[in-house]
Design a protein around this ligand. Sequence first.
Ligand code: SME
Length: 151
Amino acid sequence: MSLNRLKPELSEILSRDDLKVDDRLTRVCELLQQNVDYYNWVGFYFADHNTRTLHLKSFAGEPTDHTVIPFGKGICGQVAESNSNFVVPDVQAQDNYIACSLHVKAEIVVPLFKDGKNIGQIDIDSHKSDPFSAEDEAFLEWVNKKVAEIL
Ligand code: SME
């Protein structure tokens, strides 16, 4: 199953000028969560660089209590500072991890850059152990580039 097959529909959603950006991002989350069996929760966090916090903007999956995350805290907060992808094959092996659900076994966070600045991230939780590969990283970098174009 290739992730790239989802690209045409993702492009179509993001180009929908009749929808607000937040609604387009929610649809992107839903498409990913519904079509990739190991993407069980998908969300976009955006950074407030003044307060050094991340804020959940759009998501698909179970609602989470963690709608605001300080920079440096959890996998998400670490990516806000590192500017690098963070692939976690086993969340239980992480000290600096914020648990959202007992079902989550793995997580991937890919930063979202606008004009070279790390302004947010896509965060995906999986109920499968070690499901993410270089293909997911490349695909999610592509998604974030497309999202940056409409921000
Ligand atoms: N697990 C994340 C928190 C966000 S939830 O996955 C939705 C973290 O450690 O930063």
